[in-house]
Write a protein that binds this ligand. Structure first.
Ligand code: DAS
Length: 356
């Protein structure tokens, strides 16, 4: 009697295990690469939300364990690639992260990647990866505006959304994506628009790619620019990126910072000018001198939206400058850095700003 009872319990367990294995087989395999940020942050009290917490404290396994629902949408495993607040993100970290992403995506048992990241430089890492990932599989970057210990922390639901997006067919071929707050942004255009609110990530004027609702992604548009596998930028054998710096335009500007960057060996300068990328008279001689030394100059704008028109506020043909199209200064810096790994020809570089 007792044997029959145990045997039937054993059979039930066997069926449950088989059902779980079958379900797991149907789920996508998503790897979570953790880099730090507020999503991994902790605060002294549950009401420590936008200030007073410490970023980059919680490990990737704890982040995953805090969202058991992840198992319903994907087979997930985590790697702690680094543990930093993203204001400290740098070129070496980007190369390490990008190489790991490319290595994993080349594996047939990996269907998508999620990167947990601080929000301060998500927009830069997203565009860098948008240009150097060599796969059409989804890469989704996610962060949080409140630490994991806060009331109504946004990290868990953002992570859940990011994992289901990275495992979705809809996200294939869309370029690197950023999701927070149930919204989906393109890596090329997304930018942080508010220092502390939950809805800070936007693509002003050009708009979101879509939303995540009821555990499903909904896309309404996609970027027209070439990305990921369709770019010529290959970082797998690079261990250093060219030095490119940004000078910020303002009334009563002077060339001190610009001259210092050039003297320190910058190979490229992004000039984030006022308006349509206008140049204050005080800096034109230094820019011209830098160009003569072979430094590539890109005219961007501090405004943040709109096209910086070639030969508009400056004679770019005569000065041999490049214009940034719609890229803001921090993103123009990324494209110029990668462009300089391929060429110093300003005509070639200008074409890249029209294409990526
Ligand atoms: N310091 C911020 C960062 O790591 C915290 C955050 O918002 O993620 O980017």
């Amino acid at each position: 009697m007792l044997i029959r009872k145990y045997f039937s319990q054993f059979l039930v367990l066997l069926c449950l295990a088989a059902a779980a294995a079958a379900q797991a087989q149907n789920l996508p395999n998503v790897v979570i690469l953790a880099t730090g940020g507020t999503i991994a942050g902790t605060g002294a009290t549950t009401t420590t939300t936008t200030v007073g917490y410490t970023a980059a404290k919680v490990g990737v396994d704890a982040l995953i364990a805090a969202v058991p629902e992840l198992k319903k949408v994907a087979n997930v495993r985590g790697e702690q690639t680094m543990q930093i607040a993203s204001e400290n993100m740098n070129n070496d970290a980007w190369l390490k992260l990008a190489k790991r992403v490319n290595t994993l995506l080349a594996q047939s048992d990996v269907d998508g990647i999620v990167i947990t990241h601080g929000t301060d430089t998500i927009e830069e890492t997203a565009y860098f990866l948008d240009l150097v990932v060599k796969s059409k599989k989804p890469v989704v970057i996610v962060g949080a505006m409140r630490p994991s210990t806060a009331i109504s922390a946004d990290g868990p639901i953002n992570l859940y959304n990011a994992v289901l997006l990275a495992g979705s067919k809809e996200a294939i071929g869309k370029g690197v994506l950023v999701t927070l707050n149930d919204q989906i942004n393109a890596g090329r255009e997304v930018t942080k628009t508010n220092t502390s609110t939950l809805d800070t990530f936007k693509t002003p004027e050009l708009g979101f790619l879509g939303y995540i609702q009821g555990s499903k992604p909904f896309f309404y548009r996609q970027s027209t620019r070439k990305n990921t596998a369709d770019t010529p930028f290959d970082i797998m054998n690079l261990d250093k990126l060219p030095q490119v710096d940004i000078v910020y335009g303002y009334a009563n500007m002077n060339p001190i910072a610009l001259n210092a960057f050039v003297a320190a060996g910058a190979q490229g300068i992004i000039h984030a000018g006022v308006g349509d990328g206008s140049l204050n008279n005080t800096v034109v001689p230094s820019l011209t001198e830098a160009r003569k030394k072979g430094v590539v100059i890109v005219r961007a704008s501090r405004v943040g939206q709109g096209i910086v028109a070639r030969n508009g506020e400056a004679d770019d043909d005569k000065l041999d400058f490049v214009v940034s199209d719609t890229l803001n200064a921090q993103k123009a810096r990324i494209l110029l850095m990668l462009a300089l790994t391929k060429t110093t020809d300003t005509k070639e570089i200008q074409k890249m700003f029209w294409e990526y």
